[in-house]
Design a protein around this ligand. Structure first.
Ligand SMILES: [Fe+2]
Length: 254
């Protein structure tokens, strides 16, 4: 892995700088000095930046060497991480900081505010799903452990599950979206969900395995041959990570 490119420090610096100019006020910490400053600001009629709108999300570095992924080029993975995921982090920070600035504008029409609230949902979905996607890449593609049991319980066999997962993914070929193996903490069921965009998720479903089906995830290597990308992805699934998620999801639902 190229440490120069994926240096956390560098990434954080580059992705927080873009939205910095949008901040209305800087976040104030919990120190006594901070408390005094808050008090003074409130006295002066100023509003404090809400924690929800800090816009300080930081990119998570890749946990694997992108040069060693089978069937997906280092160039593709780096570009995806840096431009698409990185762009989503920057955008989410900018949206949150813009929302913060709008809190003070009491004359703002609700439909204008609504546009930004939609962006908040879109960008949050993109950031979270990309982080799940990259974290479940870089493995040997051999499933085992708890997830194997869950898959057999809900799909009969690994082969039947994999066929349905791939079929769901290929249904998104040539367009956009995500295919997500999920454990639903409300129903207690395991399903492969089709998601047309970053905002599509079955309520209360926790992602176990996430596959990015946006064209940017494969077009550089496979052109329009989405099914070949899906096959390559399956060879590199980090099932240890999927198992960690499965353990946590089942515990959360019990
Ligand atoms: Fe992506």
């Amino acid at each position: 892995m190229n440490e120069k490119i994926f240096s956390r420090r560098k990434a954080i610096a580059s992705m927080t700088a873009g939205g910095a100019g949008l901040a209305l006020a800087s976040f104030i910490g919990n120190s006594s000095a901070g408390a005094r400053e808050r008090s003074e600001n409130m006295t002066m009629g100023q509003t404090e930046t809400a924690r929800a709108f800090r816009g300080q999300h930081q990119p998570k570095p890749l946990a694997f060497d992108p040069a060693k992924v089978k069937g997906l080029s280092e160039k593709l993975i780096k570009s995806h991480w840096e431009n698409n995921y990185g762009g989503a982090v920057k955008a989410l920070n900018a949206v949150e900081q813009r929302l913060s600035a709008m809190l003070a504008d009491k004359d703002l029409p609700p439909y204008v505010y609504g546009d930004l609230k939609r962006e908040e949902l879109v960008r949050t979905g993109s950031v979270v799903l990309h982080e799940y996607y990259f974290a479940n890449l870089g493995g040997d593609g051999k499933a085992g452990g708890k997830i194997q049991d869950l898959i057999k319980q809900w799909f009969g066999s690994y082969e039947q599950w994999e066929a349905e997962f791939k079929r769901t993914a290929n249904a998104l070929g040539g367009g956009s979206g995500w295919t997500i193996l999920s454990y639903n903490v409300h129903t207690g069921e395991v399903h492969n969900y089709w998601a047309w965009d970053h905002m599509h998720n079955a309520p209360t479903s926790m992602p176990l395995l996430v596959l990015d089906m946006y064209e940017h995830a494969y077009h550089m290597d496979y052109g329009a041959a989405a099914a070949k990308y899906v096959d390559a992805f399956m060879q590199n699934v980090n099932w240890d990570e999927v198992n960690r998620r499965a353990e946590a999801a089942v515990k959360a639902g019990s």
